[in-house]
Design a protein around this ligand. Structure first.
Ligand code: NAI
Ligand code: MG
Length: 481
């Protein structure tokens, strides 16, 4: 499963960091070192960007449909090797194996969606005057940089179709905690794409990520990760006047009215936390649960039963439902929020620490954790924890509820539960979020734009607008006289 060595892919060739430096990637369930990975710096970044630039001219001269053909074969390959990718992500990232298989198929489905949209890379004609003819072209930027986080490694690494079909070439940097599936993907990329069209480099944020964003030949940057780094990237991009899209954090509300089918809503509150997908480490997790006071006790009781039944175990085990957090840093962060919640006066009603099983003691495992009696101004209810910690708040008055729900700096997702569609619709129009479920949670759908408002980001992914965001418009005016 693991390769003897992991190298970057630059210009279709395997490359170590020029400095010779590497860094270890660990299995967060055991602490064991899985492999050494190249620690790229500004020199390697420059090589990768130059290679992408060199490949750009031939790539952009293909038609969108021809470029989509490459991507289609890549999606087939992902599906064929889903087990390998899923196992690597389970080992390297701590997410449960069965869900990592699903991540591979979600990635492939999104590629299929974009390949179908290839003919939409097109312009318009504009009847501005009768003596002139005006039309627009949609052209690629050139070299696109993609910097991605640890929580869904292969799913994010494989999101290459939109920039590529639009005619750009790519330099992609996976998260330092989870480089292996991206470097494994490099083997398929090397075989299936012309050299230099997709370059994959590894390294930490400041060492490899920062010079990538700053490189003058990089004209378009996509970043998924923390708000802090998102701001840094936006600042760096401002200096170079680059186009950026940012997919950042969330502190997302799930709002439950008293008229719901409790079993379904409880299941959605559980699924919305992504406990069994990423141990809650997802920007879209509905980590603030607003329960109407009439159903609060019954709802919470059933939810507590549900989280207590979760099978926490080694991520690479077929039967495991919930794995472990990514790192010591993330583990410490989550535990410090649990301590903070207690200090702030919230009531811990489930979880709260490491699971007791002896075989899990070496890893960064944390039980699904629920706090009740959370007040909306508490830091527990305002800040993104990025782990398995759910805060329960109680509401009676819907206008006050809207105020509480909108009180955070984030605005990514929300989930609204009621049988009264007009109440749900009114609520959805007042909630500050880019992506809302009514009577559902957690799910993404190819073609439905995903992204945030406020500090949750800029731009929308998984949609036609995402594809078009990797193009720029050129207007051509023809004098017919
Ligand atoms: P991070 O934002 O530091 O890392 C994400 C990616 O950005 C990684 O590939 C990293 O190498 C790169 N990076 C870091 N600094 C950079 C820089 N200055 N320039 C360019 N690239 C840079 O996230 P990290 O440290 O893994 O997690 C910290 C917190 O961020 C989490 O606790 C969570 O709250 C949040 N987060 C949110 C995510 C989301 O999907 N919204 C994903 C990952 C983290
Ligand atoms: Mg790792």
């Amino acid at each position: 499963m693991l390769r003897e060595s992991y190298l970057c892919l630059i210009g279709g060739e395997w490359a170590a960091a020029e400095s010779g430096k590497t860094f270890p990637t660990i299995n967060p369930a055991t602490g064991e070192v899985l492999a050494q990975v190249p620690a790229c710096d500004a020199h390697d970044v420059d090589h990768a960007v130059q290679a992408a630039q060199k490949a750009f001219f031939a790539w952009r001269n293909l038609t969108p449909v021809e470029r989509a053909f490459y991507c289609r074969r890549f999606a087939e390959r992902l599906r064929a090797r889903a087990d390998t990718y899923a196992l690597l992500d389970a080992l390297d990232g701590g997410n449960p194996l069965q869900m990592m298989r699903r991540d591979v198929s979600l990635a492939a489905a999104l590629i299929d969606y974009y390949t179908g949209l290839a003919p939409e890379i097109k312009g318009e004609t504009i009847p501005a005057t009768s003596q002139t003819f005006h039309f627009t072209l949609r052209e690629p930027f050139g070299v696109v940089a993609r910097i991605i986080p640890f929580n869904h490694p292969i799913m994010f690494a494989a999101r290459i179709a939109a920039p590529l079909i639009a005619g750009n070439t790519l330099v992609m940097k996976p998260a330092e905690q989870t480089s292996l599936s991206a470097l494994e993907m490099a083997h398929d990329v090397k075989e299936l794409f012309p050299p230099g069209v997709v370059n994959i480099i590894t390294g930490d944020g400041p060492g490899a990520g920062a010079p990538l964003v700053k490189h003058p030949l990089v004209r378009r940057v996509h970043f998924t990760g923390s708000v802090e780094v998102g701001r840094e990237i936006a600042r760096a991009a401002a200096d170079g006047l680059k186009t950026v899209s940012l997919e950042l954090g969330g502190k997302n509300p799930m709002i439950v009215f008293p008229d719901v089918d409790l079993d379904k809503a409880v299941a959605a509150a559980f699924n919305g936390m992504n406990y069994t997908w990423s141990q809650g480490q997802s920007c879209g997790s509905t980590s603030r649960l607003f329960l109407h006071s009439d159903i609060h006790d019954e709802f919470l009781g059933r939810l507590m039963e549900k989280v207590k039944a979760v099978r926490i175990g080694p991520p690479a085990d077929e039967k495991t439902e919930m794995g472990c957090l990514i790192s010591q840093k993330q583990f410490d962060k989550v535990l410090s929020y649990i301590e903070l919640g207690k200090k702030e006066g919230a009531r811990l009603v489930a979880g709260g620490g490491k699971p007791p099983q002896p075989e899990l003691q070496r890893g960064y495992f944390v039980q699904p954790t629920i706090f009740d009696q959370v007040e909306y101004r508490m830091r527990l209810a305002q800040e993104e924890i990025f782990g398995p910690v759910q805060s329960v708040l109680t509401w009676k008055d819907r206008n006050q509820l809207v105020e509480m729900a909108n009180s955070v700096m984030y605005g990514l997702t929300a989930s609204i539960w009621t049988r009264d569609f007009s109440a749900a619709y009114r609520m959805a129009s007042e909630i500050e979020a880019g992506y809302i479920w009514i009577n559902d949670s957690s799910k993404h759908f190819p073609g439905v734009p995903f992204g945030g408002v406020k500090q949750s980001g800029i731009g929308r992914e998984e949609s036609l607008s995402d594809l078009l965001s990797y193009t720029q418009i050129k207007s051509i005016n023809v004098n017919l006289a």
